[in-house]
Design a protein around this ligand. Structure first.
Ligand SMILES: Nc1ncnc2c1ncn2[C@@H]1O[C@H](COP(=O)(O)OP(=O)(O)OP(=O)(O)O)[C@@H](O)[C@H]1O
Ligand SMILES: [Mg+2]
Length: 281
């Protein structure tokens, strides 16, 4: 599996492959770019590379296009493939609970600082939040019709904050997929998203949400970027422009559906704290 370790995520302007060890580096990831900019296409290469390294995929995806291939191998409720803010809140609350258990059993009880990337008992769990901006907004709309005790936006934000702050120690990481980068969807966790990959951004301000010290030239280039052309920011390193490979969705879907086995043994079935239990398709 080492051939997947440094996953080529694109090529630079000289045609040189650029690689990143997504699973081994233990970082949270932001993938951004306006509609049709190339985020999903890019992930059709990134997710299979992570799966090849043994990562477990959970998350939410309102249209189900990206995450459906993983549903059959995943215990109910861990992948939400419709617009259902209560189901997203519940899934994130489970992720927090699992993180706490992993920190208790896999970190503190084992007298270590964090779970290493190669402990077979604790494979990397990648929490993929497709269309995260829409999820945040639909949770706010949902709350308008709810009694205070049933509102979910505040909880979703609280879970995200805890995951952003602590999940890496538990060998879990977040991938947020958004269109326009803005403070309201990043919920104050932008600084913890050390890897930020952005395709076209609509404004200078949104380009600066990706990289606060982006040059004027790069911000302008980001506003005009063609589909599949991305800006790769990794905290502490020089940003680079890259071109993502054009992937085939059919091939992505078939390969993942056929080969993804999941790890049901590492995703507990938690009893829900009430409410309806119908969270899966
Ligand atoms: N790397 C690429 N090279 C060439 N064309 C690309 C590339 N990536 C994307 N495209 C083109 O852009 C289209 C839209 O890409 P994609 O579906 O990945 O966008 P997106 O950012 O996920 O958009 P949305 O936010 O609407 O889901 C693709 O169907 C393809 O035609
Ligand atoms: Mg998309």
């Amino acid at each position: 599996m080492t051939s997947w370790k440094d996953m080529p995520f694109g090529i630079d302007s000289d045609g040189k492959p650029l690689a990143f060890d997504f699973a081994g580096t233990q970082q949270h990831v932001l993938a951004a770019g306006r509609s049709r900019a190339g985020k999903s296409n890019w992930l059709y290469s990134v997710l299979p590379a992570m799966v090849a390294q043994g990562c477990v995929i959970v998350g939410s995806d309102p249209t189900g296009i990206l995450l459906t291939p993983y549903v059959a191998a995943t215990p109910d409720g861990w992948i939400v493939t419709k617009t259902d803010p209560a189901a997203v809140e519940r899934m994130l609350s489970w992720a927090v609970r699992l993180m706490d258990e992993r920190i208790q059993e896999g970190v503190r009880a084992k007298k270590r600082e964090k779970i290493p990337t190669d402990d077979p008992a604790y494979p990397h769990i990648f929490i993929v939040m497709e269309e995260w901006g829409n999820t945040v907004r639909s949770a706010k709309v949902y709350d308008q019709g709810q009694k205070p005790a049933d509102r979910v936006s505040g909880l979703i934000e609280a879970h995200m904050n805890r995951l952003a702050a602590e999940a890496l120690k538990a060998n879990m990481s977040i991938l947020l997929i958004i269109q326009k980068a803005s403070a309201d969807v990043l919920l104050g966790i932008r600084d913890q998203l050390a890897v930020r990959c952005s395709f076209a951004q609509p404004t200078k301000d949104s380009a600066e949400m990706i990289d606060e010290s982006i040059t004027r030239e790069n911000a302008e280039r980001m506003q005009k970027a063609k589909p599949g052309v991305g800006y790769w920011y990794f905290a502490g390193e020089e940003p680079v422009w890259f071109r993502a490979p054009l992937a085939s969705y059919e091939q992505y879907f078939d390969t993942m559906e056929k080969h993804y086995r999941g790890r049901p043994d590492v995703l507990p079935h938690y009893e829900s704290a009430g409410g309806n239990d119908d969270v899966s398709e």
